[in-house]
Structure formats: structure tokens, C-alpha cells
Design a protein around this ligand. Structure first.
Ligand code: HEM
Length: 140
């Protein structure tokens, strides 16, 4: 099971690399007007979104694998696991929202300024801190 946990963490890091970097690309993309840069941003965002979606799928696959193998039986009575699962749902909603923004940018339909994307960029940091503390410390 330690192999499964290791891959869970490896995919999670891949996922979060994208969750951190994609809104950063949006920050610069939102202020871009020249055609070659617009084309380049669209391509970078699409490729990054595919890569981070693989990260998300791998994290979920190995996470649910551990859940089914032992973790639900061991910790179903503990609040940390339920809160972690709730944050998983929130994180997937955020991931899908970023996908919608990639599509909006692709069709030149961006409706937000770069300040909005700077704030959006803070969200995964909070989720990361909360989820790692819950999974590692298991405080309650
Ligand atoms: C996508 C759905 C997810 C599921 C079903 C899931 C489930 C699990 C399970 C069952 C464990 C094993 C707990 C143990 O043996 O102690 C675990 C470990 C862990 N998870 Fe997740 N997880 C998910 C997503 C995430 C995310 C998004 C993060 C980080 C933000 C994360 C961070 C961790 C860490 C750091 C550990 C190792 C804890 C330790 O061994 O000390 N997981 N996860």
C-alpha cells in the first residue's frame, strides 16, 4: 500500500503544479493583445490543462484505491476523512471551473481582469494546506 500512497502523492504534486500555474498564465493572458502571444497562451493553457487532468485522475485513482483497501474501514468514524472528501469535491469543482476558463480564453471570451486571476491563484494554496494537514496529522 505504500507504493499506492507514493503514487497518490506524485500525481497530487503534478495536479497542484497545474492548479498553481494555470491561473498565473491567465494573469498574463488577460492583458495580452498581440496575436502570436494569444496563440501561444492558448496552446500552453490547453496542454497544461490536459497534464493536470491526468494528475487529478491519478490522485483520485490511487486515493480511492487506498480508501477501498483499508482507509475507509480504519477511519470512517473520524471527521478528518469526511472533511478531506468534501475538499476533494470542492477541488474538482475548482478544476472544472479552470477548464471553463481555458475554453473561454480559447474563444477570446475572457470576462475578468488580471486582478481576478491573481485572487483565484490563492485558492489552491489554502486547499493544499488544509488537505495535507488533514491527511498527515489526522487531527480529529
Ligand atoms: C482525489 C481524491 C482523494 C482521495 C480519495 C484520497 C484518499 C486518501 C487516502 C485514503 C489516504 C491514505 C491515508 C493514510 O493511509 O494515512 C490518502 C493519503 C494522503 N493524501 Fe489523499 N486523497 C485524495 C486527494 C488528495 C489531495 C488532493 C491531496 C493534497 C492536496 C491529498 C494528500 C494526501 C497526503 C499528503 C496523504 C499521505 C498521508 C500520510 O500518509 O501521512 N490527497 N489520501
Amino acid at each position: 500500500m505504500l507504493w499506492i500512497k507514493a503514487f497518490h502523492i506524485i500525481f497530487m504534486v503534478t495536479w497542484f503544479a497545474g492548479l498553481f500555474y494555470l491561473p498565473r498564465l491567465f494573469v498574463y493572458h488577460a492583458d495580452t493583445v498581440d496575436q502570436p502571444s494569444l496563440t501561444r497562451f492558448k496552446l500552453m493553457e490547453k496542454r497544461l490543462y490536459i497534464l493536470m487532468s491526468i494528475g487529478a485522475a491519478g490522485t483520485a485513482l490511487f486515493g480511492f484505491w487506498m480508501l477501498a483497501a483499508y482507509a475507509w474501514a480504519a477511519w470512517a468514524a473520524f471527521a478528518w476523512l469526511h472533511i478531506k472528501m468534501l475538499l476533494v469535491v470542492v477541488l474538482f469543482a475548482y478544476h472544472l471551473y479552470l477548464g471553463k476558463l481555458v475554453i473561454d480564453f480559447h474563444h477570446d471570451r475572457n470576462q475578468h481582469n488580471q486582478r481576478f486571476y491573481r485572487w483565484l491563484n490563492e485558492f489552491p494554496s489554502l486547499i493544499l494546506i488544509a488537505m495535507v494537514l488533514l491527511a498527515v496529522v489526522k487531527p480529529f
